[in-house]
Design a protein around this ligand. Sequence first.
Ligand code: FE
Length: 207
Amino acid sequence: MSGDHDHDHHPEPESYAAVRARALESLLVEKGLVTTDAIDEIVRTYEHDIGPMNGAKVVARAWVDSGYKRRLLENGTEAIAELGFGGAEGAEIVVLESTPQVHNVIVCTLCSCYPWPVLGLPPTWYKDAAYRSRVVREPRAVLREFGLEVDESKEIRVWDSTASLRYMVLPERPAGTGDLPAEKLAELVTRDSMIGVGLARSRTEIA
Ligand code: FE
């Protein structure tokens, strides 16, 4: 565990934005301008496609550029800004490197703090009380439920995000990808691998 979770949630801009978004959604649906299905689809796109693509570019760049990787691990926010990403819910981002010895996984035990500029919107399960409490107590079992078996010899570090300090995982580069350019490598980087509940895909999975 790392970091204090002492941020004040009253008042917080996130919940104001959430309330406003819900009010707008109700109004638009009521006026027949959009359907809730269409909105769900937009949210799904942000969760799975648009959001994490930024993080994937960051990871791929770090895999091919050792200077960038050093800067990324030293000052995540600044290195991420080099690629043009930043802003809301990302004032301070710390990047954690997973290695053959250490596997990193992120959580927000108190609510749902998440690095929006690189990962987009958090998935629903990230906000669930079960994930938030269990991943701290029994990370290996929780990761197994995600389909990720972490060898007993490997240390698992769980990092508790806060509103003022958010984490992102730099996953291990898959073996046998030495010849791939950054644009192809980015396709291997999944949202879950940057949360730490999964690994980057092997190249055969995108072929
Ligand atoms: Fe939080």
